[in-house]
Each structure stands twice: as C-alpha cells, then as structure tokens.
Design a protein around this ligand. Structure first.
Ligand SMILES: [Zn+2]
Length: 307
C-alpha cells in the first residue's frame, strides 16, 4: 500500500550504465596495468592541470575517453585502516586514485571506509563468516536462520522466504565486494577510482563501473554522503559481483521514513525512463540498485543524508 502525501520527485540522474564487457576490456587491461605501474609519490598535479592533460590526450582516443588509458600515466595509491569493531582487528584498504584533487581524495577516503564498514555489517547480519571457507553443502543458509529484523530487511528489497540459493546469491554479491576490500592490500588487488570530467554523451551520469576502475563524474560530488557511499557500493557490485542495471533505479521515496521510523511506502519503487516499473525477483537478485537500496536503507544511518 502506498501512503499518500509528499513524495519526492524522480531522481535527477541515472547513476551509471552497465559495466563494460570484461571480455572486450581484457585486451586493454595490459596497457592500463603498464600505465598504473608508474606511481607518483606526492607532488600531485592540480585538478586543473589534470583536466587539461585529460582533455588534450583524450582527443587521441577513438572511443569514449573515460575507458581509455590514463593519459598522464600518473596514479597514486592510498592505504586506509580502520578498526573492525567486533574483532578489534584492523582492516586495511588500498586503493589507487587518478585525477583526484586533495579535497576529493579526502571525501573518497572517508566514503570508502564508510562503505566497507556498512558492507561488513550487512554481511555479518547475513551470517557471513569471512574466516570460514565457503562450503555450500555444509552451511546452514536457510532464510529462517537469519534474525527476524534481517528477514524483514531482505523481504523488503529481495523477497520474503527466500530459498537457500537466493540467500546465497545475495550474500555472494556482498561477499564479492567485501572480498575486493579485504584483498585490496595484496599485489595487483587494489581498488581503483578515477575522477573524470562529465562525459559529453551522458550529462546526467554520476558514476559507472569502467573496465578497470570505478569512474566518478562531477555530479558524484553533489550527492549526499550517504548516497555517495551507496553509489560506490552500487558500482562495486557491478565490478565485483556482476550485477546489472536493467535500465531502472529505485526512487528516493523507497528510503523515506516517517517520524516513527516506519517506511513511507511498503515496497521500494523503481522507475525506468520516468515510468514506474516492477522488477522480477530474479532481476532484483542481480540488480545493482537493489543492493544499493538495501545498504542505504539499513546500514548507513551513521552517514549523513544531507548535503
Ligand atoms: Zn549501475
């Protein structure tokens, strides 16, 4: 049942398009690896210089410059650590960033840590045990084994009484992002981000999963902190979990709460090209925005949703 009253307008931006074909991309990955092997220490170029370099060099690419090779050949790495509350261990995340100003890098670093914490909490609620080798046959995966609150969270975004394979699918998507985070300090496993000018053919795109990077566009920095974390997670589910967009995104009313904490609408509302659409259960299991909505709905209360 939909409640009446104020419902926010449609979202202004499509946040990404489907991930590039990894098969198509593989040929260029070697070139990219060569470019990123020359890491700079400090001495970062100013944003204006980077953008100029990008504009100049991008003209040489026949296809979209955003999935081309870093024209400056300059990339830097950051390692961030945070304490994992439950175990008191420290988790290190390593990521590379191209074209970032100091201000954007500061924001990105904070968002990556917030995203990691939220994904960790979500996985913990799904009975994910990172230290235990996945043994599908021997695990207790039943929906019934999850707490009542987690069951209702899953029911809202994915469906009620999910069969084992669907619970595993959801856990697997979260786990693939988590795996990328915890493996990032290892050689060749860092997370990669690029801060790029707005693509001319996509004036409303906020971010997307490129062939070797998460690409962030100027509109990304206009989003609220909570949405920024959600977008990073959305793109990572494309990149590491193989999710799709199906051309549809949830409307913000899906997340709206009344004063008493209840949702304003009983079920998430999706739209495609301005029209409300219904996703099938199978689509939802493979839909990046459904995972983003789940994370924003339940695991990012500690991250501001104000600009
Ligand atoms: Zn997407």
């Amino acid at each position: 049942m939909m409640t009446t009253g104020m419902i926010p307008g449609p979202r202004k931006h499509h946040r990404c398009r489907s991930v590039f074909s990894r098969r198509v991309a593989s040929g260029r990955r070697r070139t990219r690896a060569a470019a990123t092997s020359r890491f700079r220490d400090g001495n970062r170029l100013k944003a204006s210089e980077l953008r100029r370099a990008w504009v100049l060099d991008a003209s040489g690419f026949t296809d979209s410059p955003m999935d081309g090779v870093d024209p400056t050949g300059k990339s830097e790495e950051v390692s961030v650590q945070f304490r994992v509350t439950e175990s008191s261990k420290r988790l290190t995340i390593r990521f590379a960033h191209d074209f970032f100003t100091d201000a954007h890098l500061t924001i990105l670093t904070e968002r990556v840590v917030q995203m990691a914490k939220a994904v960790g909490r979500a996985l913990s609620d799904l009975n994910f045990q990172p230290a235990v080798k996945m043994d599908v046959g021997g695990r207790v995966d039943e929906f019934d084994s999850l707490s009542g609150s987690v069951q209702s969270q899953l029911a809202r975004w994915f469906g009620n009484n999910l069969p084992n394979d669907e619970v595993r699918k959801i856990r697997g998507i979260f786990g693939s992002v988590w795996g990328a985070i915890v493996n990032s300090p290892k050689a060749f496993s860092r997370l990669n981000f690029q801060d790029l000018p707005q693509p001319k053919d996509a004036p409303t795109r906020v971010a997307e999963a490129g062939w070797n990077n998460i690409l962030l566009y100027p509109l990304f920095w206009d989003e609220t902190p909570r949405r920024q974390v959600g977008v990073l997670f959305h793109e990572m589910t494309h990149f590491y979990g193989g999710t799709k967009d199906f051309g549809t995104y949830f409307k913000d009313v899906s997340l709206a709460r009344k004063k008493n904490g209840e949702h304003e609408v009983e079920s998430p509302v999706y739209e495609k090209d301005g029209n409300e659409v219904t996703l099938t259960r199978e689509q939802r299991l493979n839909h990046a925005d459904t995972y983003e909505g789940y994370l924003e709905d339940f695991y990012l209360d500690d991250v501001s949703n104000k600009k």
